[in-house]
Design a protein around this ligand. Structure first.
Ligand code: GLP
Length: 247
């Protein structure tokens, strides 16, 4: 079977994170005012840590970089410990020399959500578009918060999370009731417009989603399978996440 995606399989989480950081830093070296699309979740944490190290050692400069995050929970304030605003600030932004005005995340607290989503799309466009999009993947193949469904959103919008995702996310909240049921997410069309995409996955739990991403049919039931339609996608996996890929 011909696979259109570039697949890098690393020994473990640490070397996967290092490879991902090298690709991001390389992009910033090539184009100082790179527009990065960024993801949250536990998977890219190691990559952010490595990028912070590279910054501290003078290997990469984020002063002209712009970022657009993929998603944010609906109605979770930015200072909430589980918000993606907080996550990004704590794990990446506050440790590097990115300018505050160059950081963008969808605002899940906006009074007019539709307007917020439209403005987010416009801001991405006005920046010149995403040069490099970093993605994680949900166990059910969601990317950003584009969940398996009958149809997928093209543009940024408010979406309902699936029971499965709510359950997986509940590990970060003290009770099931506190887990947000809705989120704002960049749409599939916007993700696929990025010039280059890297997707990170680690661990056995992601193996099925990765198999379906790479070897399965393109279907809205596995949103990540749409990446097969993109001309420049690189998967960076550890061995466990790559274990079900068939030749
Ligand atoms: C959340 C995020 C996704 C992320 C996924 C996987 O649902 N919205 O962008 O890819 O979690 O998270 P983790 O890396 O923690 O498995």
């Amino acid at each position: 079977m011909v696979k259109l995606m570039r697949i890098i399989v690393e020994e473990d989480y640490q070397s996967m994170s290092k490879k991902a950081a090298l690709l991001v830093a390389g992009q910033v070296l090539l184009k100082a005012d790179t527009v990065l699309g960024l993801a949250t979740g536990s998977t890219p944490l190691g990559m952010y840590k490595e990028l912070v190290r590279m910054y501290q050692e003078g290997e990469v400069d984020f002063s002209a970089v712009k970022t657009f995050n993929l998603d944010e929970y609906y109605l979770l304030p930015p200072d909430d410990l589980q918000s993606y605003h907080y996550f990004m600030q704590e794990n990446f932004f506050k440790h590097i020399n990115i300018r505050a005005e160059n950081i963008h995340l969808p605002d899940g607290m906006a009074a007019d959500i539709e307007e917020e989503c439209m403005q987010y799309e416009k801001a991405i466009e006005a920046s010149g578009g995403i040069d490099l999009q970093v993605l994680g993947i949900g166990e059910n193949g969601h990317i950003g918060f584009n969940e398996p469904a009958e149809s997928l959103n093209v543009y940024t919008g408010l979406v309902n999370l699936t029971e499965e995702t709510i359950k997986v996310n509940s590990r970060f909240f003290s009770s099931m009731e506190e887990v947000p049921q809705k989120a704002l997410t960049v749409g599939m069309g916007t993700i696929l417009k990025a010039r280059r995409i890297i997707l990170l996955a680690s661990g056995e739990k992601k193996a099925k989603a990765i198999r379906d991403t790479v070897c399965g049919q393109v279907t809205t039931q596995v949103p990540s399978s749409f990446l097969q339609l993109h001309p420049d996608v690189t998967l960076i996996l550890d061995q466990a996440a790559a274990s079900l890929i068939v030749d």
